[in-house]
Design a protein around this ligand. Structure first.
Ligand SMILES: Nc1ncnc2c1ncn2[C@@H]1O[C@H](COP(=O)(O)OP(=O)(O)O)[C@@H](O)[C@H]1O
Ligand SMILES: [Mg+2]
Length: 1001
């Protein structure tokens, strides 16, 4: 038996709304309105966890909690859950006393009682006594303190318990009693005896239903990370578990436990305990139904009715009965008009894994013959399914042909990741097929090239490089004998793509290899007659030279590429060469010319309808505009590029990825943050690949600036990818430094910034311009510390901070000089951050000079809305310090206006703080429901009690804390709410909806 790892009573995730509804129920009960809630959901979805949270809180509020559990096969024991509940509470004197005066109930306890036993519930009298006894007991207890009665897993309850629940729900009115029952939805088949009871209860006025949907993926991931801690789960693995568990916390925990103990060798295996649990539901069904489930499990995650019937081998009538049974027992769920899905995908896995080997092969073979008909194959996706069934039934040639077809289909549908997988599968089978080239209609080199380009298009450039290196090696060793024109051009394309992808890897060794491969490819490609392959090889060589900073040679080759492309009649290669020429101008600091060339290249690429080139042109063009501060044109170009990338499945491909983040950057910069947020929200949080991590890092710009909770979650997911790519680590670290700074954590701010600074340093050249920003952020942290030290008269610390600030300023200046590229021209953003670094240095030195901050404003220019507001904040502070109050107030007002417009809450808080300290402006009038966001959940709980008119001592006893702690909470709350008194805090609590209404005295 596998040891099942039990979750520690960790934080409950993702159930705020449901918990809120149940807490309202407690409020009502406390106020003397008896109420009941039915909590339903699939097994393992988290009913007990939620209810245990409620009981804990109820306990804290002074409720008498009675909690009983039904047991599987317990429906032959009357009142089992009630007995359980009474036994659990019998230690309490109140409960014991109340029981002792009710002999009918006493009989439920182990020590028994007098009177007739109730093993048969036939006697109406016994039942009457029992029901009356329970009602009386609850009323008596409720007179002393409110009561919460929990009856768990009512789907297993006996008939008497079911009747009792109905009885209580009808009879309780003014008593301070809350009743919570839970039951499993997936066990509640159509004829289940609890069904009519639920239906009846739901019609009663005091009864609410809380149906627990599957947990959201982020909540589930958070839970799993907490369960696994301190072990870190690999992001891909975590994602896999979250996906497979489909929101079921129990399944997820089981999968995690198996994965951590190494039992989860691959996708296809299920932990034994979980498999047994899932299969136990199948085993209760008829043979025919089990046969249908097996066929459906083989058919796939969506089972087509016709296929399943044919594969099950059942007659129509028998088949229909069996499907009906499977649906009634909630194992299959109708999907669309002619198919079924399993209620939970893991159920399918379990049934599939339980098949006998021969049975499995046979069923797959049947599926193959059913699918291999042209009419079916014409449906998209069928070829991919067929390939799988062929493989599983050991039909290699069939699998090979179907894989090639599936690859082509996926490519046409803009699904490069899938296309790559199918082509790769075909390549793996190449040698095991008699006439592969004829069957596939492709040469092996071509198939390899397709597999690699699709891999790159799906965002995995590194894998593409790996594949192309191997392919190139293979072909060049054979090329000598078979160098027909066809082959030479294929070899050329392979070399050209390899060089291109190598450049994108953005490290010096890869770039050197790119130059070498590109050059060799140019030399090996026949020059006559002119071909697009030759032109492209030249254009790519020019690009590689540029990446290597050989500007003169790059220009020469780019022009030559243009000429050959023209001669070969290949306008899209012309466009490609033009992009390189435009990028070259940009690098040389001639941005106007660059934009002209790039615009021409972009138009030409669009007309030629070659997507990869179009995206590359769009990227460079948008970036050139962004660098120059032309945000709206940049945004428009990037927007269109994004649309094209998304339409064609190239959203993670090189340049397809980059136009998306540029699109976001432009809107972030120009202050249309709601739009920027929309774009950023589309960047995945639970990332499992480097390109996704890259996008997620970009989203931090706005998440940090708005102070959103997503920051922590994004960080957790992107961290595993920091070693893979330097650039997103650089971006993320810099922004996390800003986040820490907003939270006042200068230690962390400095630590994060130091790493970002380190990442933009390249020996022997020194710092890149990208260093300026993290250096300025670190300077800001140093300045904060120096100011603080000076305020407390700690001059040693102040001068140490200033010395550190001096070093940072030097780094920023070095970055701006960019020794590696002397012709580089710093754009307005670079100048803005550099000026900020200088101004922060002044602040650190104790001479917070308004002029320095004015210089920052001038450097950024008005286009950078957020940076302008952030600068105005500091400018206002400097002006206030200089005694120029009116000017300070004016800057403050502008900054506050922008901060509110953008929803830049951390900035707004900083402004409020400045307003209080300097007595300028007006601290924000909260009123938008955000007020309570500043409170921790504990503080909210305390606030609820304040609103209920409780004293500190009472609060302390309700929450099991020391009165001293309670008073600290209360003063913190008053501070955070800006409330002058408890009454005012209570009023805010009502206004913000924390408490639905003033509670009864
Ligand atoms: N919202 C949640 N937050 C944290 N853990 C949860 C949550 N929901 C369920 N779990 C955990 O998942 C497992 C199954 O949940 P449980 O409440 O027993 O399911 P149910 O009662 O619906 O069958 C338990 O280990 C539980 O602690
Ligand atoms: Mg449970």
């Amino acid at each position: 038996m596998v040891m099942v790892m039990r979750a520690p009573a960790g934080r409950m995730v993702g159930r705020d709304e449901e918990l809120g509804r149940l807490l309202t129920l407690l409020d009502d009960a406390g106020a003397g309105r008896a109420v009941a809630a039915l909590v339903s959901g699939d097994a393992g979805v988290g009913k007990s966890r939620l209810v245990s949270e409620v009981t804990r809180l109820a306990d804290g509020r002074g409720f008498t909690v009675l909690s009983g559990q039904c047991a599987e096969l317990g429906d032959s024991v009357p009142y089992l859950p009630l007995a359980d509940a009474l036994r659990g509470a019998a230690q309490s004197t109140g409960v014991r006393d109340a029981l002792s005066s009710r002999p009918a109930l006493g009989r439920l306890l182990p020590e028994g009682g007098e009177g007739p036993t109730i093993d048969s519930d036939r006697s109406g009298l016994a039942r009457q006594q029992m029901f009356g006894g329970v009602l009386g007991l609850l009323a008596e207890l409720a007179a002393a303190a409110p009561v919460l009665l929990v009856l768990e897993d009512l789907h297993w309850a006996d008939g008497s318990t079911r009747d009792l629940v109905t009885f209580l729900s009808r009879m309780l009115h003014r008593e301070r009693v809350a009743l919570i029952g839970t039951y499993r939805t997936d066990d509640l088949h159509r004829r289940h005896p609890l069904r009519p009871v639920v239906a009846e209860l739901q019609r009663l006025p005091g009864v609410i239903s809380v149906d627990l949907a599957p947990l959201g993926p982020s909540a589930l991931a958070e839970h799993l990370m907490a369960v696994a801690a301190p072990v870190r789960i690999d992001a891909a693995e975590l994602n896999d578990i979250v996906t497979r568990a489909e929101g079921n916390a129990y399944y997820a925990e089981e999968l995690l436990a198996a994965s951590l103990s190494g039992d989860l060798a691959d996708h296809g295996t299920l932990p034994a305990g979980l498999a047994a649990l899932l299969l136990s539901r199948v085993e209760q069904l008829s043979d025919a139904t089990q046969q249908v489930l097996r066929a459906a499990a083989v058919a796939g995650s969506r089972a087509d009715d016709e296929l399943v019937r044919a594969a099950s081998g059942l007659q129509a009538a028998e088949y229909e009965g069996a499907v009906r049974e499977a649906v009634t027992h909630q194992l299959l769920v109708p999907y669309g008009t002619e198919g079924y899905v399993f209620r939970h995908a893991l159920l399918r896995e379990a049934v599939y894994a339980d098949l006998l080997p021969g049975e499995r092969t046979r069923l797959h073979a049947t599926m193959c013959s059913l699918l291999s008909d042209e009419q079916r194959l014409a449906l998209p996706g069928t070829a991919a399914e067929l390939a799988q069934h062929c493989l599983a039934s050991h039909d290699i040639p069939g699998a090979f042909a179907a894989s090639v077809r599936a690859g082509e289909e996926a490519e046409q549908l803009g699904a490069p990741a899938e296309a790559h997988r199918h082509y790769d599968q075909a390549l793996a089978l190449w040698e095991r097929v008699a006439e592969p080239e004829k069957t596939a209609g492709l040469a092996r080199g071509k198939l390899g090239l397709l597999s690699a380009t699709n891999s790159a298009d799906s965002g995995d450039t590194e894998h593409a490089v790996h594949l192309l290196r191997r392919l190139r090696h293979l072909l060049t060793t054979q090329a000598g004998q078979a160098a027909g024109g066809q082959d030479a051009n294929l070899v050329s394309r392979i070399g050209e793509r390899l060089a291109f992808y190598l450049m994108l890897m953005d490290d010096n060794k890869a770039i050197a290899e790119a130059v070498e491969v590109a050059r060799a490819t140019v030399d090996a490609t026949p020059a006559e007659p002119p071909t697009w392959q030759h032109a492209r090889a030249i254009a790519t060589y020019a690009y590689a030279l540029l990446a290597e900073d050989s500007y003169g040679a790059a220009r020469e080759w780019a022009e030559r590429g243009l000429t050959v492309a023209r001669a070969a009649g290949a306008p899209w290669v012309q466009a490609d060469a033009l992009v390189t020429m435009g990028f070259l101008r940009n690098r040389e600091g001639r941005n106007d010319e660059a934009i002209e060339l790039l615009t021409a290249a972009h138009t030409q690429a669009r007309e030629a309808k070659v997507l990869g080139v179009e995206l590359r042109a769009a990227y460079h063009l948008a970036r050139a505009h962004l660098e120059r501060g032309d945000l709206s044109i940049g945004a428009a170009v990037a927007h269109e590029g994004t649309k094209r990338a998304n339409q064609t499945g190239l959203n993670l491909a090189p340049y397809g990825l980059d136009v998306q983040h540029l699109h976001f950057q432009c809107h972030f910069a120009d202050g249309t943050w709601d739009h920027a947020q929309e774009i950023a929200d589309g960047f995945p949080i639970r990332v499992t690949s480097a390109p996704e991590a890259y996008l997620s890092s970009m989203a931090l710009f706005i998440d940090v600036a708005r102070g959103l909770p997503a920051v922590a979650e994004r960080r957790a997911w992107i961290e595993p990818f920091w070693s893979v790519r330097g650039f997103d680590a650089f971006i993320a670290r810099g922004l996390l430094a800003e986040d820490a700074l907003w939270r006042g954590d200068t230690d962390q701010a400095l630590a994060e910034a130091a790493i970002a600074i380190e990442l933009s340093h390249e020996p022997p050249w020194g710092y890149y311009p990208s260093t300026i920003r993290p250096a300025a952020v670190a300077l800001s942290a140093r300045a904060d510390r120096a100011v603080q030290a000076r305020a407390t008269g700690d001059d040693d610390t102040a001068s140490a901070e200033l010395a550190a600030a001096g070093e940072l300023r030097q780094i920023a200046r070095e970055g701006a000089a960019y020794a590696k590229r002397p012709k580089f021209i710093l754009g307005p953003e670079g100048h803005g951050w550099l000026a900020r670094a200088e101004a922060e240095y002044c602040r650190a030195s104790g001479d917070n000079d308004p002029q320095a901050w004015q210089a920052v404003l001038d450097a950024f220019g008005p286009a950078y809305t957020y940076e302008t507001a952030r600068t105005q904040w500091r400018l206002a502070e400097a002006l206030a310090q200089a005694g120029r109050r009116d000017e300070a107030a004016e800057q403050w007002r502008r900054a506050a206006h922008t901060a509110d417009k953008l929803g830049a809450r951390p900035l707004r808080r900083a402004l409020d703080d400045l307003a209080r300290r300097a007595r300028i402006g007006a601290a924000q009038e909260h009123g938008d429901g955000e007020v309570l966001a500043a409170l921790t959940s504990r503080e909210r709980e305390v606030l609820r009690l304040i609103a209920a008119g409780r004293s500190n001592r009472e609060i302390a006893s309700v929450l099991f804390i020391a009165p001293k702690t309670a008073s600290v909470h209360v003063s913190n709350i008053l501070g955070k709410l800006g409330a002058a008194s408890r009454t005012e805090a209570a009023a805010i609590a009502y206004r913000e909806g924390l408490t639905s209404q003033p509670s009864a005295r």
